[in-house]
Design a binder for this molecule. Structure first.
Ligand SMILES: Cc1ncc(C[n+]2csc(CCOP(=O)(O)OP(=O)(O)O)c2C)c(N)n1
Ligand SMILES: [Mg+2]
Length: 328
């Protein structure tokens, strides 16, 4: 694994990156608690992918670049500008939920303010939409870059091939990401695809693909930084496969102990990216254990406050049902 220092980021930026990783983890833990005590209906989480998502999102200019995420990308959406309260408003299904005003399922992130385009539950359709967004940058001669993500199972949907083919033909400023966590619900990768990896598919569409260890903050950051620079220069799309883990069940509605062995789960937890980044921060003397503990307290306080505030907000009223659904 590369050192954090090799990322070229300042000490402040690296500490901020870790704070985002921690925020993603603690907020997701809160979302699970809320489903378990019956206050919310659903959660699907990115635990195990936080380091990869922070490093990925940090490589973009959030004021102008566009993001079409998928349901596990909460931590990336936080880096892109959404707040813990925004996420909780969606989870509680409140009127002020920026993603859908409480109309959509939780975890379907969107924010007009932050150039995050809300997506469908039909997996991978965001990839086709993303080609449209990226094509508009080219037609309008704007230099914004578009990022879109999906899972490795969903990457086998037909429209992903259509999206990549069109992006390759038009040399769109678009970065495709596959977050490969080795499961599509209960289906392991051996039953999903026969190639050695997923990034090699890019060659068939005329652009470069790479596979990166999602626990390696620096490697992920530098890979995206170069891809974003190239896309902004007009050099076309890239496919980046992030090898991540899924530390939880698929969602709040299943139990992975049914289809994963105890040993497999224990082994995966030994490589929790949050723990690995903490070790790096200490070894490279960015933070002490005491400072890490203090930050944890601060993040927990922030999430407690955001939970109380979001829960106290008004629910949507029936008379507003069709507001925001159709264009005026
Ligand atoms: C077109 C379509 N088929 C099936 C589903 C049901 N579904 C939701 S998530 C999922 C698994 C996706 O696995 P993967 O792409 O690996 O992403 P992960 O959840 O592992 O991040 C499935 C089959 C769906 N939402 N849309
Ligand atoms: Mg998967």
């Amino acid at each position: 694994m590369k050192t954090l220092k090799k990322s070229g980021l300042s000490k402040e930026e690296i500490i901020q990156a870790y704070r985002e990783v921690l925020r993603g983890r603690r907020l997701d833990e809160r979302l699970w608690q809320l489903t378990r005590i019956g206050k919310t209906s659903f959660n699907i989480s990115g635990q195990g992918a936080e380091v990869a998502q922070v490093a990925m999102a940090m490589a973009f200019e959030h004021e102008k670049d566009y993001f079409l995420p998928y349901y596990r990308d909460m931590t990336a959406c936080l880096v892109w500008g959404m707040t813990s309260k925004d996420i909780l408003l969606g989870s509680f299904g409140k009127e002020d939920d920026p993603s859908s005003h409480g109309r959509m399922m939780p975890n379907h992130y969107g924010s007009k303010e932050h150039n995050i385009v809300a997506f469908s539950s039909t997996v991978s359709t965001q990839m086709v939409l993303a080609t449209g967004v990226a094509y508009s940058a080219q037609l309008e001669k704007s230099d914004f870059v578009t990022l879109t993500t999906t899972g490795e199972g969903s990457a086998n949907q037909g429209e992903v091939q259509e999206a990549m083919n069109f992006a390759g033909v038009k040399k769109l400023p678009l970065i495709f990401v596959i977050e490969n966590n080795e499961y599509a619900i209960s289906v392991p990768i051996e039953e999903q695809y026969a190639g050695e990896n997923m990034s090699s598919r890019a060659v068939g569409y005329g652009f470069e693909g790479v596979t990166v260890d999602g626990n390696d903050f620096t490697e992920v950051y530098l890979t995206f930084k170069k891809a974003v620079e190239d896309a902004r220069k007009g050099l076309g799309p890239k496919l980046i496969e992030l090898k991540v883990s899924r530390l939880t069940s698929h969602s709040a509605d299943d139990d992975h102990n049914v289809y994963r062995s105890k040993e497999e789960i224990e082994e995966m937890k030994k490589h929790d990216p949050l723990d690995e980044m903490q070790k790096q921060l200490i070894a490279e003397k960015y933070l002490t254990q005491e400072e890490l503990d203090k930050m944890d307290e601060e993040v927990r306080d922030e999430i407690n406050k955001a939970t109380d505030e979001a829960e106290a907000m008004p629910d949507p009223v029936a008379s507003s049902l069709l507001d925001e659904v159709y264009a005026k």
